[in-house]
Design a protein around this ligand. Sequence first.
Ligand code: PBG
Length: 329
Amino acid sequence: MELRTRPRRLRMHPRLRDLVRETRLSPDDFLLPLFVRHGRDQRVPISSMPGHAQLSVDRLLPEIREIESLGIPGVILFGIPEHKDATGSDAWADNGIVQQALGAIREAGTTLLLAADVCLCEFTDHGHCGVVREIGGRTDVDNDSTLELLVRESVSFARAGADLVAPSGMMDGMIAAIRDGLDQAGFSHLPIMSYAAKYASGFYGPFREAAESTPQFGDRRSYQMDPANANEALRETALDVAEGADVLMVKPAISYLDVIRRVKQAHPDVPLAAYNVSGEYAMVKAAAERGWIDEQRVTLEILTSLKRAGADLLITYHAKDACRWLATD
Ligand code: PBG
């Protein structure tokens, strides 16, 4: 039979390939995570995340200027406090590390969106994402007393100048609690991006070095999701939408493309973020350093795949490099 339909016809002219491309990356897609630490004039490199460092507040400001100039719309802040305690009190202290950073950036002025990660694991001495106590013979995170602290933290970040809060603790009911708390404190206009489907993943390893948030005992499997489950992600995201989440998130990203796709199909009208996490970044960097892969090609391919799967915004440590590459592409 004569071949009438020949898909290759559309691939032969480079400009025609451009015209029929279905998915496009743009600097507008990215949010860049930043780690802020106490001290002055500090830039402490994160060995497992080449190109990233813990920055003191004063060193954060030039970084913000560079991010603005690259056209990245915003950053998501993570704080490493000087002192940790059982309840993570620096997380909601008026002079907490994230609050200081928000205040300084606000004072300096910025066009960037300032998002703040809302969790307790960086602030607790045990490294868990909430208050721990004996529950049924096990030491575990107590859901409901943690909610109160997450509300305090969110309101405190809002007062300090956050434009968006992003709760990542995977506590049941956290979105409703934070929404109520923000509304009562006069922040009904402040959006919430929920880490709605966050898996108990080995890919967070480098982040825990970066944020100094490794649990001192046990793991996070009683609150983060089982990597084997995808239907459960639909349940988690539906609950968060009902509770008032403005943006949903799937995390990690590369091993969860099916989840991204299914969540987008279930909630086509809600913006969806994919968090391309620290371990995903570290693998690309390590292989590229060895000359085993082409970093630019692989990175842009990964980021494109997240959008193709259904993500609307991409939280990625590659954001600055990706913007530079997109500008010269
Ligand atoms: C919790 C939080 C984590 C990440 C983002 N928020 C770590 C965890 O759950 O252990 C991981 C991000 C990454 O690996 O890049 N505050």
